[in-house]
Design a protein around this ligand. Structure first.
Ligand code: PFF
Length: 448
């Protein structure tokens, strides 16, 4: 007999964990900067539509498969497969998910490490350690390795503690703190000169900018933001009790994720224009808004510096927000390979966590040592290729390979009178046909 499986103790616990996975750097950094760079509210509108029409149905496929099979992605997809060929494909897709989740974590931990270093910087300044402060915000290999290791260590400590005492407890503690910090920061930034221009850029739609490229970028963002394709939501679904309604919880996770991304825009864009008002360059030489690492690592810190001593506290609050958001996401990524090692390789949780955590840290190290060649490449392979392709595979497993009666039975668990809902009438067909086709269409466009 193997050890009993972990389970979330309540639906709130699941909600915090799943929303914690979804809400991350993708929401606070990726979404607002993509919106700023591609048409403000036009992007926001397309994103909202795609999140509900495409990402939510795909999320439901993962949650349903996970809760039914009550196991990691490899075993789950093999369980719902019918014959040897589909079992083989299930295993292949499952391993693909584990590989892509690990790759995402390997670059995510580097970026999150920058956030931890920037969080430490105001403390160093406060104590007059100027050299240390400079090292913390500099861009040395030693700094990157140190802070990636620290962040990976934090992730491993939580995962080693298990589903209820690790994932659920920390997500339930960190998610409300994230919201409070973000709201306080928004209030502060909106009271500063220049903020309203940023708000306008964010909220005034320029509909002429809606084109296939914008739709593709919005789809990629929605997939990344809802942590789809790689088995994170599948494994969290597998820890959920049969008494809860999947369509409702899935919708809530989507709403929270979209809501926080939207709210983060109310912080980041106004903050950029406040920085401009204070004399910081926010447009690149070619006239585009600085979006990538330059925004979080240069524009905003320059703004915090301008603010004098208040700036130290605002910087602490901002980078604490980023670290919290990253941590509730990174634990969900690490849980994917760890759950596989526990269930399929029969390794105890602590050993599984050390093993997988160290392998992923080794990949991060290789990326840091070959940053220019590998960083962008790993992001592109895992998020632009891996996630959408695996998303299609999961929809096909839910819609075509899995026995229909079992899928429908699982949906009914915990949801009385589901037969009268719109979800019941649409989703089982939608996930079979519309979802894979839409994802593939958008994907094909990016490739050809
Ligand atoms: N959803 C996270 C974010 O928006 O930052 C990123 C992420 C988490 C992607 C977990 C994939 C994953 F499995």
């Amino acid at each position: 007999m193997s050890a009993p499986r972990g389970q979330f103790s309540s639906n709130i616990g699941f909600l915090m964990a799943a929303a914690g996975s979804a809400v991350g750097l993708g929401n606070i950094w990726g979404f607002p900067t993509k919106a700023a760079a591609s048409g403000g509210a036009a992007f926001v509108m397309v994103y909202l539509i795609l999140a509900f029409l495409l990402a939510y149905p795909a999320l439901m496929a993962e949650l349903t498969i996970g809760r039914y099979a009550r196991s990691n992605m490899v075993h789950a997809l093999r369980t719902i497969a019918k014959g040897p060929v589909s079992r083989f494909l299930g295993g292949l897709t499952g391993f693909g998910g584990i590989a892509v989740a690990s790759l995402i974590l390997s670059f995510y931990a580097i970026v999150a490490g920058w956030m931890v270093a920037h969080l430490a910087e105001p403390f160093a300044s406060l104590f007059g350690a100027t050299d240390a402060a400079q090292w913390l915000t500099g861009d040395s290999t030693a700094r990157n390795l140190t802070f990636t290791a620290i962040f990976s260590g934090m992730t491993m400590v939580i995962i080693a503690a298990g589903v209820e005492k690790g994932i659920e407890r920390w997500s339930t503690l960190l998610m409300p703190s994230l919201l409070i910090l973000m709201l306080l920061l928004i209030l502060y930034v909106l009271s500063q000169p220049g903020a309203m221009t940023g708000l306008e850029v964010y909220l005034m739609p320029d509909l002429s900018l809606i084109d296939p490229e914008l739709m593709l970028s919005a789809m990629g963002q929605a997939f990344f933001s809802l942590s789809l394709g790689v088995g994170t939501m599948l494994i969290y679904g597998s820890y959920l009790s049969q008494q809860e309604s999947l369509p409702r919880l899935g919708a809530l996770v989507t709403l929270i994720d979209v809501g926080i991304a939207f709210t983060a825009g109310l912080l980041i864009l106004p903050a950029m224009y406040v920085a401009q008002e204070a004399g910081t360059q926010i447009f690149s030489a070619s006239g585009e808004l600085i979006a990538g690492p330059g925004l979080i690592l240069q524009v905003l810190p320059a703004l915090f510096n301008e603010m004098g001593s208040a700036g130290l506290f605002v910087a602490m609050a901002f980078f604490a927000l980023m670290v919290i958001a990253s941590l509730t996401s990174s634990i969900s990524m690490l849980e994917v390979p760890v759950a596989f090692a526990i269930e399929s390789l029969k390794v105890p949780r602590k050993a599984a966590t050390s093993m997988m955590g160290l392998v992923i840290f080794a990949i991060s190290t290789v990326i840091i040592l070959n940053f220019d060649a590998l960083f962008g490449l790993v992001i592109s392979i895992s998020t632009e290729w891996g996630q959408p392709l695996l998303g299609v595979a999961l929809c096909i497993f839910a819609g075509w390979i899995w026995r229909r009666d079992q899928l429908l039975m699982e949906l009914k668990e915990g949801h009385e009178h589901i037969e009268s809902t719109l979800f019941w009438k649409i989703w089982p067909w939608y996930v079979r046909i519309v979802c894979p086709l839409l994802i593939l269409a958008a994907f094909a466009q990016s490739v050809f």
